[in-house]
Design a protein around this ligand. Structure first.
Ligand code: DQQ
Length: 542
C-alpha cells in the first residue's frame, strides 16, 4: 500500500493485516507455543470473527497457519468468539470456545462448544474438529447474549470444572460448570464468584499461584498455601481487574482476600491499554504466562487506512509478590534475544529541569531498564486530602492528567521521555511522582501519559496511571519500558505496576524518534544505572 507504516510495530505480535482482538487458547504442545486470536479476515474493523492461529518456538518468532476455527456449523454460524485450551490426560489438548448461533439479540445468541485436534501427532495442530454433539453448554433464558468466554478447565474430586463469564442485571457472574468426561457439562447451583454493579464479566481467568518464588503452577494444582487469582475484563470500563484469594475445591467457591477488592477499584494487570487477557501454564519452563491484547487508540478511519488494528503485547511471566497482596509481571526472557547495541549509563545526576538524551539506540524500537535513586524523601509533594474524595478507581489517572510532566514537583516527576521528537513537540513520558500524605505515608504515582504523544488532534490520548505499592526505604525506583513505534509497555518496580500506552507520533517516528531522561522536581535524582538496547525485528513475524 501507499500508506507509510510508521506506526506498525517491529517486535510485537501482529498479523500481516486486518483486525485482531483477544488472545485465545494459548498453550504449549510438543515443542511449540500456540497462539490463537480473534481475527477479521476481511478488514481492519471488528467483525466476521474467526480464530487465527500462529505457532512459535520462543513466543517471539511466529509462523502463521490457517485459521483453526471458523464459523461452519449451526452452533457457531455467526462467529467463533473467545475461549481457552485445556490439556487432558495423555497430553490431549481440547479447546472450549463461544459460538454465536444467531445474530439477534445483539451481540448474538451465545453457546459454548468444544473442538479437538484432527491429528494429535501434528505438533502444529493445524486442523481442528468440531464434533457434532456441540453445543455442550447452552445459556438460560436471561443470559443468551451475555454468556461467553469459557476458561481453561481444572480437575479435582472426579470432575473437570470451568467458568463462563456472564451478568444478570448489572451483577457480574462467573458461572461454574462441571463435567466428568468434558462433554456433558452441568451447571453448579452456585457461581464460582459474582459481584453486584460490575457489569458483564468478559474473559474470566482463574488460576493457582505459588506462595513463594516465581515458578508457575499447572491450573489444577491445589495446596494449603496456594493462592488463587481471579481476573475479569470489565466491558464497562475496558480495564481488567483481579483479586487474590482462596479457592475451596469442596464447595467450589472462591473468596477474595481482605486485601483484594472486586470491581472497579481493584488491582489491574495493566493500568493502560490491555484487555481480554489470558494466562497459561508453560510446562517447558515451569512458568505462568500472560497474554493481553492492546487495541488501537487511533480513529477507525486511520485503522482502515493503514490496513490493520490491534496488537498482542509481549507475553509476561506472572507470579505472586512476596507480600501476597498482588502479582508481579515481567516480559518473558526470550525477548532479550532481540537486544543489540547496549548503551550503558551510570551515576547521571538529573537536577530540576534537566533533560538528558540517551544516544546510540534506535529509540523507536528499544528496550530500556533504569534505576533511579534519590538522597531524601523530604521534598515529596503534599498529597492533597481533597483527592481522597475522588472515586478511587480514577484517582491515579486524575492526578496524572492534572499534573502531567511539566508541572514542577518535589520528588518527581522524573523518568523517561519515550518516542520524543528532537524539539520535544511530541513525547510519551513514563515517570514517577512521589507524594506525602497527612499521616506521613508516601504514595508513588506512575504515569504513562499519552497527552503530549502526538500533534495529531484526532487520537485518544489518555493520561494512564497507577500507584506503586513500594516501600521507599532504599530510596530507589526502577523502570523498564518496551518501546515499539506505536506502543510503550512500562514495568514499574520490577513489575509491580504495569502501564501500556498506544501512541501515534507524527514527528517522533522511525529514525527521528529520541529517548530522554528527565526530572522536573526540585529534588535531584541520580540515574544509578541505565541499560538501553536497540531491538531487532524477530526473524519471523507471521
Ligand atoms: N471479545 C470476544 C468476546 C469477548 C470479547 C469477541 C472481549 O468473546 O467477550 O470478539 O474483548
Amino acid at each position: 500500500t501507499s500508506v507509510k507504516q510508521v506506526h506498525r510495530t517491529g517486535y510485537h505480535f501482529q498479523p500481516k493485516q486486518n483486525w485482531i482482538n483477544d488472545p485465545n487458547a494459548p498453550m504449549y504442545y510438543k515443542g511449540y507455543y500456540h497462539l490463537f486470536y480473534q481475527y477479521n479476515p476481511k478488514g481492519a474493523v471488528w467483525g466476521n470473527i474467526v480464530w487465527a492461529h500462529s505457532v512459535s518456538k520462543d513466543m517471539i518468532n511466529w509462523i502463521p497457519l490457517e485459521p483453526a476455527i471458523v464459523p461452519s456449523k449451526p452452533f457457531d454460524k455467526y462467529g467463533c468468539w473467545s475461549g481457552s485450551a485445556t490439556i487432558l490426560p495423555g497430553n490431549k489438548p481440547v479447546i472450549l470456545y463461544t459460538g454465536i448461533i444467531d445474530n439477534k439479540p445483539a451481540p448474538g445468541y451465545q453457546v459454548q462448544n468444544y473442538a479437538i485436534p484432527a491429528n494429535y501427532s501434528d505438533p502444529l495442530l493445524r486442523e481442528w474438529i468440531k464434533p457434532d454433539d456441540n453445543p455442550i453448554v447452552k445459556p438460560t433464558y436471561e443470559n443468551v447474549s451475555s454468556f461467553r468466554d469459557p476458561t481453561t478447565a481444572w480437575f479435582n474430586n472426579g470432575h473437570w470444572k470451568m467458568i463462563i463469564g456472564s451478568k444478570h442485571k448489572q451483577r457480574g457472574i462467573a458461572y461454574l460448570y462441571r463435567s466428568r468426561d468434558f462433554r456433558k457439562w452441568t451447571k453448579a447451583k452456585h457461581t464460582l464468584h459474582d459481584k453486584p454493579n460490575t457489569g458483564m464479566w468478559e474473559c474470566p481467568d482463574f488460576f493457582p499461584v505459588s506462595p513463594r518464588g516465581s515458578n508457575g503452577l499447572e491450573t489444577s494444582v491445589l495446596g494449603r498455601k496456594i493462592k488463587h487469582v481471579f481476573k475479569v475484563s470489565l466491558d464497562l470500563t475496558r480495564f481488567e481487574y483481579y483479586t487474590i484469594g482462596t479457592y475451596n475445591p469442596i464447595t467450589d467457591k472462591y473468596y477474595p482476600d481482605k486485601t483484594s477488592v472486586d470491581g472497579w477499584a481493584g488491582l489491574r494487570y495493566d493500568y493502560g491499554n490491555f484487555y481480554a487477557s489470558k494466562t497459561f501454564f508453560d510446562p517447558a519452563q515451569n512458568r505462568r504466562i500472560l497474554w493481553g491484547w492492546a487495541n488501537e487508540s487511533s480513529t477507525s478511519f486511520e485503522d482502515v487506512t493503514k490496513g490493520w488494528a490491534g496488537i498482542q503485547l509481549i507475553p509476561r511471566m506472572v507470579w505472586l509478590d512476596p507480600s501476597g497482596k498482588q502479582l508481579l509481571q515481567w516480559p518473558i526472557r526470550e525477548l532479550e534475544k532481540l537486544r543489540r547495541d547496549r548503551v550503558h549509563l551510570s551515576s547521571v545526576k538529573l537536577s530540576k529541569g534537566d533533560v538528558v538524551e540517551v544516544k546510540g539506540i534506535t529509540a523507536a524500537q528499544a528496550d530500556v531498564e533504569v534505576v533511579f535513586k534519590f538522597s531524601s524523601l523530604d521534598e515529596a509533594e503534599k498529597f492533597d486530602p481533597e483527592w481522597s474524595k475522588l472515586p478511587s478507581e480514577n484517582l491515579a489517572m486524575e492526578i496524572c492528567g492534572m499534573k502531567g510532566t511539566t508541572k514542577e514537583g518535589g520528588l518527581g516527576p522524573f523518568g523517561l521521555l519515550t518516542l520524543a521528537s528532537n524539539k520535544l513537540q511530541e513525547y510519551t513520558p513514563v515517570f514517577f511522582r512521589v507524594f506525602k500524605t497527612l499521616d506521613k505515608k508516601y504514595k508513588v504515582l506512575m504515569c504513562s501519559d499519552a497527552k503530549p504523544s502526538s500533534l495529531n488532534q484526532n487520537e485518544y490520548k489518555p493520561s494512564f496511571a497507577g500507584f506503586v505499592d513500594v516501600d521507599l526505604a532504599e530510596k530507589k525506583l526502577s523502570l523498564r519500558s518496551l518501546i515499539d513505534h506505536s506502543v510503550v509497555e512500562s514495568f514499574g518496580e520490577g513489575g509491580k505496576t504495569v502501564i501500556t500506552s498506544r501512541v501515534y507520533p507524527t514527528l517522533a517516528v522511525a529514525g527521528d524518534a529520541h529517548l530522554y531522561l528527565f526530572n522536573n522536581g526540585t529534588q535531584t535524582i541520580t540515574v544509578e544505572k541505565l541499560n538501553a538496547w536497540s531491538m531487532n525485528k524477530p526473524r519471523y513475524m507471521n
